[in-house]
Ligand binder design. Sequence first.
Ligand code: SF4
Length: 186
Amino acid sequence: SGSAVTLQELDGLAMRSFPLCMRHLYLKLQEDRHLRHGGRQQLGLFLKGIGLKLDDALAFWRGAFAPRMPAEKFDKEYAYNVRHNYGKEGKRTDYTPYSCMYIIMSSPGVGDHHGCPYRHFSPENLHAALSGMRLSPKSIDEVMEKTRGRHYQLACAATFEGAHSCQCDGINHPNQYFEQSRKFLK
Ligand code: SF4
């Protein structure tokens, strides 16, 4: 951590180095040009954690919601929350990204895309998402097996190993998944 991540790098990083929970939110945001509050918080704080600066975060969300949402409406209704997450509004708390445990314990409702896919997806949807990451059938079987045993973070570690062809040190935080991936891919 420490180094800044630019807006231009995000698409590539999302496909190569985001854990499935964040990859899913990122793809849904592109598809729907919108995310509900829980998803904006989970993804937004993660992006802050990987080094996206406030100005880039504002540009990212404004662009992601366009053209469905005009920039003026975004600035009026959503920009405050982005600045708030960066500690620039309200109590000026510098909010930290959510841990796996916190995400696994969350309860996304219908129409929400936050949460942990290993905990909250149906087996069919999880299988499809893993295929979308181009995991081998053998890796997918391993992930599905760990998921059935409710070992969600081990399932995430198995996904990491399948996606990077290397050993994973274990996963307890989405930002740690990202850092591990960057270290390996560098
Ligand atoms: Fe995200 Fe953690 Fe679930 Fe992996 S185990 S998908 S990093 S919440």
